[in-house]
Structure formats: C-alpha cells, structure tokens
Design a protein around this ligand. Structure first.
Ligand code: BES
Ligand code: MN
Ligand code: ZN
Length: 497
C-alpha cells in the first residue's frame, strides 16, 4: 500500500473514495463542513434524516454524490464523546479500513481533520489508520485452492488541514504501515497449519527475513548442537515428535557493536498435542497457534527491519512440536536444563516453559540489557484476563511499568500480574530442583514463576499471550498481537545507554 500525507484542500482532492468524519450533534469539523458546503448541505440533511449514522465507528458509504473527481464518500461516525479514547479512535480507524477494500476503490483520501484523542497526537492517529488499513489488506488463502483476488486499493492519501502537520502524519503513516506489515507476517505464520509451519519452516522464515538485509544475521541450531549445549529441557519436548527442533537466533544490528542488545524470546510450539498428557480433542486444532509467540518475534523483527532504529536486538525462537510417541517424555520424568537445574515433568502439556527455559539460558550469552519472552503459555491466563489483555510478568517493576504503559498507548494491552515466593513454592518437587507445574491454582502465575528461575540476574519480562494471539469461532485466525507492543518497546530504547 502506498500511504502519503497531503495538505491538499478538499476542493482539489482526487480519489475514488473520500473519507470524512461526523460527530453526533451539530458541531462538525472543518473537513466535514467543507464537503457539506460543496454538496450544498446534503450531508447535514442526510444526518438529520438518519441516513448517515454518526454513532462511534458507524460507517455510511454514499456513492453517487458528485464532488469533483471523488466518486464516493465514506462518512464515519465519531459518536458524542470528545475527546475519544485511544481504543475508540482505533475502532474508527478499523471500521474505515474495513470499508475501503471494495473492488471499485483504488485510491482513497482520508480527511479526518483534527479529532481529539486523549493523550494521542496527530502522528499516533495517522499511524493507527495506516496500521488498520494494512491489517485489513490481509486475508488468509495460502492453503485454499481458490486464491483471493488481489485487493483493488493501491493508494491512500492522508489529508491534513495544515502543512505543519505533514511531517508528523508522514512519520505516523510509515510507522503504522510497518507495524501492520509485521503483524500480517505474524498472522500468516500463526494461521499456517501445523503440517506446513514446522520448526524447520520457521527456520526457513528467519533465513528469508535476513535475505538482502545486512543488518540482520541468522543462526540456526539443530538438535545435535542443542544436545552439545546441554539443552535437555527443550529437547525433552521435541523427543516425541518426528519433526526436529530448531533454535533460531536472529541478530538485528542497528547500533554500534558495543551497545548491548535487547532480547526477544518466542515460544514456537508448531503444534501442541499435549504430548503424553494428551489434550482433549475439542478445539485441539487451535494448538497450531501455539507458535504465535515466535510468530510475533518474526513480525516485530520485520517491522524493525523496515523502520531501521539505532538499537541492537537479539531474537531467539525455540521451535519444536509437542507430540506423543514411544520416545516421548513421560509424566514423572526428570530432565536436566541447560542451566543445570533439574526439572520434574509432572505434565507434558506444560511444555512451553520447558523450551523457553533453555532459550532464556541461551540468550544470556548476549548479555542483553533486557529480555522479553512471548508465549501462548497457559489457558489459565485466559481465565484470569480474558481475551483482551496479555499477562505481563517481570522481575523488574520499572520494566513492567514501561511495558504496561506502552501497551495502553499502542492499544495492545498487557496487565501487570504478580509473582512472589508464595507462588514460587508451588513449584517445589520431591524429585528434582523444580516441578514444571504448580497445581491448579494461579496457573499463569506459576508458569511465569517457573521462567523467572531461569532469568535471575537479568532484567526480564514475560508476556503470556494465550488469550490475545488468536480469535476462535467464525473469525478464527491469528491477530498479530503483541507485535505493536514489542516494536514500541524497542523503539523506546533508541538513544538510551
Ligand atoms: N499452549 C498451551 C496453553 C494454551 C491453552 C494456550 C489454550 C491457549 C489456549 C500450553 O502449552 C498448555 O497446554 N498449558 C497447560 C498448562 C497446564 C498443564 C499446567 C494449560 O494451560 O492447560
Ligand atoms: Mn501444552
Ligand atoms: Zn503449549
């Protein structure tokens, strides 16, 4: 998609579709008023008659209203509250985006004028619009025999009222489009079935991300090398599968060599059957999404490659398939992790923490300034927070605070959850240093506690994205979260230290 910021006056706009925003009530913005005037008051007439809806996010497409070369008008409602919350603006942007992909719209002009959004500037608004339009352009068809027709929409002009706003809009547009593209990669990898998206496939994705990218280097470790490193925990998960585990290491170098990197670590279980602790059949297909943490790491790296910030990032993806066979790990087995800690596997379905603990130990060799791991780790997180927010855990309150705040700012929310000694105790084992489950209570918390045992001495946060990574039901599909949060966190580190 070609996004451009323009300060063209409404009269001179050329587009297949012009988007303006209308409030509920008499007070309308300048862009709306100019269009209404050019149409001799027809818009306000239609609002009065109830034919244009002005409730928050409502859209009315008006073909056939002649306005120079503009063939159709799209009016989006802003409701009656002002300023809007960021979430409310996002809804407006999403609903606009959903309407622009009709076959007859090749170029769109979006003239929202100044919408007041609590705590958000013009650049943020442009970025949300570009993100939502980019997200709407994606539709899964990779494993369908009938391919989706290419989208008609080619160019979006984001119209600002004043030349002074051009630079901010332009910056927001490229940021939002880059985030949207990263999210779309995350969605595609998440949506691919487990027989396509294997650990080896994820490794090939890393290689293709790095192609022609001098700032990105990739290293893949296979099981032999992992065995030499003593990654007994990660390997214990892959033991029951015919798919070889892969540890994928990507280094983005946007700053000087001496600058310590920030680390991302992703859970990449390409299918989670539960292993010997087999899951029930209902909804098991959704466990192809158990690599969405890894997918969000790929998406964030893609966005960073586009935006090219001056930071260093190291990303580690632990990719494996959790299956039951004669070689599979059994409940009661004790394994030895790369850190040397022994783990009693009481439930082979608590496999995410088992691959992550070795990946976390591995990433410490890069001496990262901070580490974020991202994982569809526990059903218990969905019980606790529902499908709206990621569970956010950290051994550093400042880092948790930063992430929680950024998550609100980019509408990719995460909620700071507790960890503490009383929960840590639930992981005591009679036969190993630590058990891999902490009983039925506080399951998302005890999973985070497990990971915390492998990040001592490092500034670390964990995002449990079990609830937010994909939608179930009719809209089944990966969401692309939490790419916006990961990208924003990394961008907030530019120029620090
Ligand atoms: N991948 C699942 C967590 C999950 C379940 C995410 C449902 C999204 C939806 C994870 O590997 C798992 O199976 N966790 C177990 C842990 C339990 C055995 C302690 C769970 O949540 O039931
Ligand atoms: Mn599991
Ligand atoms: Zn899992």
């Amino acid at each position: 998609m070609n996004f451009q910021a323009k300060d063209t006056s409404i009269e001179q706009l050329k587009a297949d579709c012009l988007v303006v925003a209308a409030s509920e009530g008499d007070q309308q913005n300048a862009a709306f008023t100019s269009v209404d005037k050019l149409l001799k008051g027809q818009l306000s007439e239609l609002i009065r008659a109830g034919d244009i809806k002005t409730g928050l996010g409502a859209t009315t497409l008006l073909p056939g209203l002649a306005l120079g070369s503009v063939k159709r008008l799209l009016v989006v409602g802003l409701g009656k509250t002002s300023p809007l919350s960021r979430d409310q603006f996002q809804k407006v942007a999403r609903n606009i985006a959903g309407k622009l992909y009709s076959k007859s719209i090749k170029t769109a002009a979006i003239a929202l004028d100044t919408i007041a959004v609590k705590g958000a500037d013009d650049s943020w608004q442009a970025s949300q619009v570009a993100r939502e339009i980019t997200l709407s352009s994606y539709q899964y068809d990779t494993t369908k025999s009938e391919k989706r027709k290419p989208v008609a929409l080619k160019a979006v002009n984001y119209v600002v009222a004043d030349k002074k706003l051009l630079a901010a809009a332009k910056k927001g547009l490229s940021h939002g489009a880059a985030v949207g593209e990263g999210m779309n990669l995350t969605r595609e990898l998440g949506n691919l079935p487990g027989n396509y998206c294997t650990p080896a496939y994820l490794a090939s994705q890393a290689r293709s991300l790095a192609r022609n990218q001098p700032k990105l280097s990739v290293k893949i470790l296979k099981e032999k090398e992992m065995r030499e490193l003593g990654m007994g925990s990660l390997l214990s998960v892959a033991a029951g599968s015919d798919q070889e585990a892969h540890l994928i290491v990507m280094e983005y170098k946007g700053a000087a060599k001496t600058v310590k990197p920030h680390a991302l670590v992703g859970k990449g279980i390409t299918f989670d059957s539960g292993g010997i602790s087999l899951k029930p059949g209902l909804g098991m297909d959704e466990m192809k999404f158990d690599m969405c943490g890894a997918a969000s790491v790929f998406g964030a790296m893609k966005t960073l490659l586009t935006l090219a910030p001056a930071i260093n990032v190291v990303a580690v993806v632990a990719a494996a398939e959790n299956m039951p066979n004669g070689k599979a790990t059994k409940p009661g087995d004790v394994i030895t992790s790369m850190s040397g800690k022994t783990i009693e596997v009481l439930n082979t379905d608590a496999e995410g923490r088992l691959i992550l603990c070795d990946a976390l130990t591995y990433v410490e060799r890069f001496k990262p300034q901070s580490i974020i791991d991202i994982a569809t780790l526990t059903g218990a997180c969905i019980v606790a927070l529902g499908k709206h927010m990621s569970g956010l855990y950290s051994n550093d309150d400042a880092m948790a605070g930063e992430l929680a705040q950024l998550s609100q700012a980019v509408c990719d929310k995460a909620w700071h959850m507790p960890m503490g000694d009383e929960y840590q105790k639930q992981l005591d084992s009679n036969f190993a240093d630590i058990a891999n489950i902490g009983g039925p209570h506080g399951g998302s918390i005890t999973a985070a506690c497990f990971l915390s045992r492998f990040t001592e001495g490092f500034t670390w946060a964990h995002l449990d994205i079990a609830g937010v990574a994909w939608h179930s039901g009719n809209l089944k599909g990966a969401t692309g979260r939490p790419v916006p949060l990961l990208v924003e966190y990394m961008l907030s580190k530019v120029g620090k230290k």
